[in-house]
Design a protein around this ligand. Structure first.
Ligand code: F6R
Length: 608
C-alpha cells in the first residue's frame, strides 16, 4: 500500500526521502515520487515502477531543497503512470496521500466548476486542489489544511508541503497510520517507524482524526476539532526492524527459514517451558465466561483464524464465528457482552480488520488482537494484545507471520481450555510438549525436504491450474497453499475441503490438473485417500504431502510424495505450512516472478 515520508531537514533531503521510501517498499507499490522546496518553489520527480527508476530520474535531474515529501503509490484510482504518481501539485501545494478519498467524485465536480484543472485520475488530486482553493481565498496553510480535512470522507494519511513555507509540512491521519519522528533540529513524517528508522527512533504516533504541523522546532498536534493535543513520544522498534536478506536470494526464503527460531520465540512468550504450563496470557479476558468468540482477519491471517477455530472449538469447547473482515463489518452480526472479538493481523494496519475492531468496540465487545507489529493501530486499539514475535516480515507473501499466528492461536486454544476446564493438567503438559517440539520439527522439515520440493517446483511451474485439498485443519491449509501459489507464481490455484471435491471441482480434473493433497496419517487420512482415489481415477496428477506412515499406506501412484517427519496432530498445520510455502516459493522462482513484491499486491492493505 502507499507509503508516505516527509522531512523538514538541515541538508538536501531528496536522497534521504528516497532512502526512507526504500524502507517502505515492502508495503508494495507501483510508482513513486518526491517533491522538495527549492528557494521557496515546489519541484518534483516522479517515475513509474520501482524506486530505481525514480533514483535514475533524480540522478539525471537532481532536486535541491532541505524540506520535502515522498511517496510510493499502490494504484487505486487511475493506472500506475507517472501522471498519477504522487506528489500531486496544484497552485502552491504538493500532496502525498495513503488511503481513499471516498467523496472525491463530488469534490472534483465542485472544484472543476470553480475552475480547477485536473491533471491525474487520482482521488488525491482533489485534496491538493481543495487546499489551493482555500489558500486562494486568503486562508493560512494551517487554516487551509484544516478546512480541507473537514471536507474529506474516507481514509487518509496525508503530508502537505506549501510553496514559500520552507519550515512546515502538515500531516494528517484518518485511518491509515502516520508517525512523526523527532530528530536533532530535523523533523520527519512517515507511514511507519521503519521508514524513519535511519533518522530517529523517537516517534509520536498520530491518533485517528489528528493533524500535525511539523517544523524544525518540533510538532504541534491538533485533534479533528482543532484543539491542540498532547500525543506521547515513544521509542520505536523500527530501527530493530530494519531487515536485510542476508545470504538468501529473497526475503521470502529468508523468512521461511527463520520460522524455527521465531515460532519458538513466540511459543516462549506463552509457555513456561520449565513447568510445561501456559503462562497467564489471558489476563483481562475470562474465557470461562464467554459464550462465543468472533474472529476476523483478511487473507492469510484469515486462514490462520480458520485453523484457530478448529483448535479453540476442539480444546476449549468455545464456539468460534469467523469471517473475512470485509464481510464481517457489513453483515450485522448480533454482538453481546458475553463474547469477545479477536482480530488477526501481521501489519496491524489492515483497513478492513481495523474497521471490524472499531465496530465491535463500539458495541462494548472485548477486543483481543493477534498482531506482529506491536506499535500498530490494531495493537494500540485492542484491550488485550497477543503478540506474534515473527520480527519484521518483508516478503509480501506472509510466511513466518502465518506460522507465528498459528502458534499464538494454539496457545490461546489451550489457555482457554484450561480456563474452561476442558483441558486437564496432563493434556496441557502433552500439548505444551508438542508446541515445544515445533522448533526441532520445523528445522528438520526445512533441512531435509527443500531440494526435493525445489525439483518438484520445476514441474509444477509448467501447469496453469492447481488444486489443493485437505480435511480438518488441513482444509484451511489447502486454502493457504493455493493463495501462496497464486499470489507469487500467478498460477491459478484453488483450495478445497477434500470432501467437497465431488460437489463440483471434480469436473476440472484431468491430466493437466495437479492436485496437491495435504494428508498426514491422522484420523482423517483414510477419508482423504478416498478423495485422492477419485482424482486418480480421472487422470489427475497427485502431489501428496504426508508422513512416513501416510506414504506407506498410499495405494495409488503419485506424481510426487513429500514425506514429512511424524508430528503430533495438534501442531501438524504449523509444520505442514512449510512445504506449502517452499513449493510456492520455488515455483515462483522458476516462473521468474518478483517473489518479494508480486504484482498488484501490497504488504499493508490500508484501504477498504
Ligand atoms: C498473503 C498475505 C495477505 C495478508 C492480508 C492481511 O500472503 O500476506 O493475504 O495476510 O493482506 O494482512 P495483515 O495480516 O497485515 O492484516
Amino acid at each position: 500500500m502507499c507509503g508516505i515520508v516527509g522531512i523538514v531537514g538541515k541538508s538536501a533531503v531528496a536522497p534521504q526521502l528516497v532512502d526512507a521510501l526504500k524502507r517502505l517498499e515492502y508495503r508494495g507499490y507501483d510508482s513513486a515520487g518526491v517533491a522538495t522546496l527549492n528557494n521557496g518553489k515546489l519541484e518534483r520527480r516522479r517515475a513509474e515502477g520501482k524506486l530505481v527508476n525514480l533514483e535514475s530520474r533524480l540522478q539525471d535531474s537532481p532536486l535541491e531543497g532541505t524540506i520535502g515529501i515522498g511517496h510510493t503509490r499502490w494504484a487505486t484510482h487511475g493506472a500506475p503512470t507517472e501522471q498519477n504518481a504522487h506528489p500531486h501539485f496544484t497552485q502552491g501545494v504538493a500532496v502525498v496521500h495513503n488511503g481513499i478519498i471516498e467523496n472525491f467524485a463530488s469534490l472534483r465536480d465542485e472544484l472543476k466548476e470553480a475552475g480547477a484543472q485536473f491533471s491525474s485520475q487520482t482521488d488525491t488530486e482533489v485534496v491538493a486542489h481543495l487546499v489551493s482553493s482555500y489558500l486562494a481565498k486568503g486562508a493560512t496553510p494551517k487554516e487551509a489544511a484544516q478546512q480541507t480535512l473537514a471536507r474529506l470522507e474516507g481514509a487518509y494519511a496525508l503530508a502537505i508541503l506549501f510553496e514559500n513555507h520552507d519550515n512546515m509540512i502538515i500531516g494528517a491521519r484518518h485511518g491509515p497510520p502516520l508517525a512523526v519522528g523527532h530528530g536533532d533540529g530535523e523533523m520527519y513524517l512517515g507511514s511507519d517507524s521503519i521508514a524513519l528508522a535511519p533518522f530517529t527512533d523517537d516517534v509520536t504516533y498520530l491518533e485517528d482524526g489528528d493533524w500535525a504541523v511539523v517544523t524544525h522546532d518540533g510538532v504541534e498536534v491538533f485533534d479533528s476539532a482543532g484543539n491542540k493535543v498532547d500525543r506521547a513520544r515513544q521509542t520505536s522498534q523500527g530501527a530493530a526492524m530494519v531487515a536485510d536478506k542476508g545470504n538468501y536470494k529473497h526475503f521470502m526464503l529468508k523468512e521461511i527459514h527463520e520460522q524455527p527460531e521465531v515460532i519458538s520465540r513466540t511459543i516462549s512468550h506463552y509457555v513456561d517451558f520449565a513447568t510445561e504450563t501456559f503462562k497467564p496470557i489471558s489476563e483481562g479476558i475470562d474465557f470461562a465466561k464467554l459464550d462465543r468468540l468472533a474472529v476476523s482477519a483478511c487473507g492469510t491471517a484469515y486462514y490462520a483464524g480458520l485453523i484457530g477455530k478448529y483448535w479453540i472449538e476442539r480444546y476449549a469447547r468455545l464456539p468460534v464465528e469467523i469471517d473475512v473482515a470485509s464481510e464481517f463489518r457489513y453483515r450485522e452480526m448480533p454482538l453481546n457482552g458475553n463474547m469477545a472479538a479477536f482480530f488477526i493481523s501481521q501489519s496491524g494496519e489492515t483497513a478492513d480488520t481495523l474497521a471490524c475492531l472499531r465496530y465491535c468496540k463500539q458495541s462494548g465487545v472485548q477486543i483481543g488482537a493477534i498482531v506482529n507489529v506491536p506499535e500498530s493501530t490494531i495493537a494500540r486499539e485492542s484491550d488485550i494484545v497477543f503478540p506474534t514475535l515473527a520480527g519484521i516480515e518483508v516478503g509480501v507473501a506472509s510466511t513466518k507471520a502465518f506460522t507465528c499466528q498459528l502458534a499464538v492461536l494454539a496457545s490461546i486454544a489451550i489457555a482457554a481450555g484450561r480456563a474452561r476446564c476442558t483441558v486437564t493438567d496432563a493434556e496441557e503438559k502433552e500439548l505444551v510438549r508438542a508446541l515445544v517440539s515445533l522448533e526441532r520439527l520445523s528445522s528438520d522439515t526445512l533441512g531435509s525436504g527443500e531440494a526435493k520440493i525445489e525439483a518438484l517446483s520445476r514441474d509444477l511451474a509448467k501447469y496453469k491450474n492447481v488444486l489443493y485439498l485437505g480435511r480438518g485443519t488441513n482444509f484451511p491449509l489447502a486454502l493457504e497453499g493455493a493463495l501462496k501459489l497464486k499470489e507469487i507464481s500467478y498460477i491459478h490455484a484453488e483450495g478445497y475441503a477434500a470432501g467437497e471435491l465431488k460437489h463440483g471441482p471434480i469436473a476440472l480434473i484431468d491430466e493437466d490438473m495437479p492436485v496437491i493433497v495435504i494428508a498426514p496419517f491422522d484420523g482423517l487420512y483414510e477419508k482423504t485417500m478416498s478423495n485422492m482415489q477419485e482424482v486418480a481415477a480421472r487422470g489427475g496428477q497427485i502431489i501428496l504431502i504426508t508422513d512416513e506412515k501416510g506414504a506407506e499406506h498410499v495405494s495409488i501412484d503419485t506424481m510426487s510424495t513429500i514425506v514429512m517427519p511424524e508430528v503430533p496432530e495438534f501442531i501438524s498445520p504449523i509444520i505442514y505450512s512449510l512445504p506449502i510455502q517452499l513449493l510456492a516459493y520455488h515455483t515462483a522462482v522458476f516462473m521468474g516472478t518478483d517473489v518479494d513484491q508480486p504484482r498488484n499486491l501490497a504488504k499493508s492493505v490500508t484501504v477498504e
